[in-house]
Ligand binder design. Structure first.
Ligand SMILES: Nc1ncnc2c1ncn2[C@@H]1O[C@H](COP(=O)(O)OP(=O)(O)OP(=O)(O)O)[C@@H](O)[C@H]1O
Ligand SMILES: [Mg+2]
Length: 462
């Protein structure tokens, strides 16, 4: 036990001395008082790890003291010492937040063990509390960036269904924010204090996935040398997020279906039926309807998972979100990489909004992070973004099966268009166009040569 700070209330001089000496000898700090008023004064002045108090001749005052101690420091522990006649008062104190009571007479070791256990428990609870706090921050709605009508529709739905226990299926291309939305659902539900457990169903095969989800008994298969508690059990009273569900085998699908129907399952290799209360949120970037048609996915499971359906549209269909997201990532990574990059050149913004973003928000995030690293000025330029995929010419084309817009152009064509547009917007003054794109005059000249761009005005002027 690490050294702790204790407040001891003990009227009995002999016992008080004994307890104080016992804990002091182990390196702890012990403040010993013999009446309630003095104890309260200490509580007002210092933060103790634990209050050890005898219910004493005035048990009512001791109950009130426990209540007071919990109010001034809810993380402090309370241990009551009770005679047979004051056990009832000790139980009352426990109702008000005391953590344990010990019947007199007791051995010092008994008190030490009780305190040790409670301190350990408190540190676990504390860590958990901290984790939840930081996770809450990650999943606050404010951190879901974008105000396109399409995203707003999704968020409205998230708000509506978060509080219910409804099973939710989130569909959308890779990188559109499915995991982010799953987190928002959990952390805005009544289960937010309970576990949020994620399982990527594509990462594990058959038996391994089943053992991950449902656990296994010792000896269930060759490598199962220990019993294992599965993710569904860990998620009890909370939420399980099944990612990439299209990749589950037929046998796993059957078991998940049973959990959804009966809230029960057996561990792999086990016979005991385990009951759970778990909310299921699942996600996929595959076309589940297609998987059903080709008999790779059970339709009855699909209907169970799909009680509420959330579709997150790809970034190219919510163009309004691109720049707010890009600026958000710029602020975030600019700070992290401690680079003074304050914005995007017009050329970069133009490219950002016209690019097709097949990898969606994740790709945008990576592009911005990379651009900050490459950028040598305080604005990210088009070429810093080094986008190598395909770009779109005009607004919102429909996506084909690969998630790449069908009127996409090669990057070179895009670049030429950008140069043309820049020239056009700047009355064909090369210097201005270069500044517009955030490139040097020399590079502008080079690009004009490369693309063989000509303008009637230039000829006329000669
Ligand atoms: N609206 C948003 N605002 C801020 N960040 C977002 C938003 N949407 C997604 N992101 C970020 O983009 C990245 C990708 O999101 P996420 O992992 O949730 O996508 P996904 O749909 O689960 O992708 P995959 O199918 O590849 O697993 C994450 O870093 C996430 O935080
Ligand atoms: Mg994901």
């Amino acid at each position: 036990m690490a050294a702790v700070k204790l407040l001891l209330l003990q009227e009995d001089i002999t016992l008080g001395k004994e307890i104080k000496e016992f804990f002091s000898e182990q390196g702890n700090t012990v403040a010993w008082v013999s009446d309630h008023a003095a104890a309260q004064k200490w509580l007002d002045q210092e933060v103790f790890d634990a209050l050890i108090l005898d219910m004493g001749p005035d048990p009512q005052a001791s109950i009130l003291l426990v209540d007071y101690a919990k109010k001034v420091n809810s993380f402090g522990l309370g241990i009551c010492l009770a005679e047979p006649s004051t056990v009832e008062a000790a139980l009352k104190a426990m109702n008000l937040g005391a953590d344990a009571y010990i019947k007199k007479p007791f051995q010092m070791e008994e008190l030490r063990i009780t305190l040790d256990r409670l301190l350990e428990y408190r540190s676990v609870v504390g860590a958990n509390f901290y984790l939840r706090r930081t996770q809450d921050i990650i999943y606050r709605f404010d951190d879901v960036i974008g105000d396109s009508p399409a995203l707003k529709k999704v968020l409205d739905m998230v708000r509506k269904v978060a509080v219910s226990n409804a099973t939710v299926l989130i569909e959308g291309e890779t990188g559109t924010g499915k995991e982010l939305i799953a987190g928002a659902l959990h952390y805005n539900s009544q289960r937010r204090e309970k576990p949020f457990i994620k399982v990527n169903c594509a990462a594990l095969q058959d038996t391994l996935l089943e053992s991950e989800l449902f656990g296994h008994e010792r000896g269930a298969f060759t490598s199962a040398d220990k019993q294992r508690v599965g993710r569904f059990e860990q998620a009890n009273f909370g939420t399980i997020f099944l990612d990439e569900i299209a990749d589950m085998s037929a046998s796993t699908q059957a078991k998940v279906l049973r959990v959804l129907q009966e809230q029960e399952f057996e561990r792999v290799g086990g016979t005991k039926t385990i009951k759970v209360d778990v909310r299921v949120i699942s996600a996929t970037n595959k076309d589940l309807q297609g998987e059903i048609l080709s008999k790779r996915f059970r339709d009855d499971l699909y209907y169970r998972l799909n009680v509420v359906q959330l579709y997150i549209p790809p970034l190219r269909e919510r163009q309004e979100d691109i720049l707010p997201l890009a600026r958000y990532f710029l602020r975030r990574f600019g700070g992290e990489l401690s680079k003074k990059v304050t914005g995007f050149t017009d050329g970069a913004e133009y490219l950002l909004t016209r690019y097709g973003w097949p990898g969606n928000i994740r790709e945008l995030r990576n592009a911005v992070e990379r651009a900050i690293l490459l950028s040598e000025t305080d604005s990210v330029r088009a070429e810093d973004l080094s986008l190598s995929g395909q770009v779109r010419t005009e607004s919102v084309p429909r996506a084909d099966a690969d998630g790449v817009s069908d009127d996409g152009l090669k990057l070179l064509d895009m670049e030429k268009k950008l140069v043309l547009e820049a020239l056009d917007r700047n009355n064909w003054v090369q210097k201005e166009a270069a500044r517009y794109l955030g490139i040097s005059r020399r590079v502008m000249h080079y690009k004009i040569q490369k693309f063989g761009i000509r303008n009637p005005n230039w000829v006329k002027n000669k």
